[in-house]
Design a protein around this ligand. Structure first.
Ligand code: MN
Length: 130
């Protein structure tokens, strides 16, 4: 698996810590008909989530870009904001989110996130399936 090949030597005798290398999957994609392209760095794959998740990724939303509003059924997505300030649409209600905020969306709820600031928004996105 690509994620294990990238293991850092710092952890003696284990393979619990690794760092992404050139083989890590990265994508610049339009997410859910949002504005512009979001930068996605996948931190593991489905196998790494034992089939219970479908994404664990570092996501960067540039100024003026957004993740379009969309629903999650039979799964929950968590956004853990690491950097910047975003306008999070929490199932129809807009709230400003900052580093340290956790946004959870599931069971038919919807969400989206727009970056109306002048700095990138960085977050970790995790989708866990029911
Ligand atoms: Mn989502």
């Amino acid at each position: 698996k690509w994620c294990k090949r990238a293991r850092r030597g710092a952890v003696q005798g284990g393979d619990h810590m690794f760092t992404l290398d050139e083989n890590g999957k990265r994508a610049d994609v339009c997410v859910q008909n949002g504005k512009g392209l979001c930068h996605i760095k996948h931190l593991t794959d489905r196998e790494g989530l034992y089939g219970h998740g479908r994404m664990f990724a570092h996501v960067t939303v540039d100024p003026g870009c957004s993740i379009g509003y969309h629903a999650h059924n039979h799964e929950t997505e968590f956004y853990y904001i690491i950097k910047g300030e975003g306008v999070f649409n929490d199932d129809g209600k807009e709230v400003i989110v900052h580093a340290g905020d956790i946004c959870a969306t599931g069971y038919g709820q919807s969400h989206g996130l727009e970056n109306k600031s002048s700095e990138p928004v960085e977050m970790i996105a995790l989708i866990v399936m029911e």
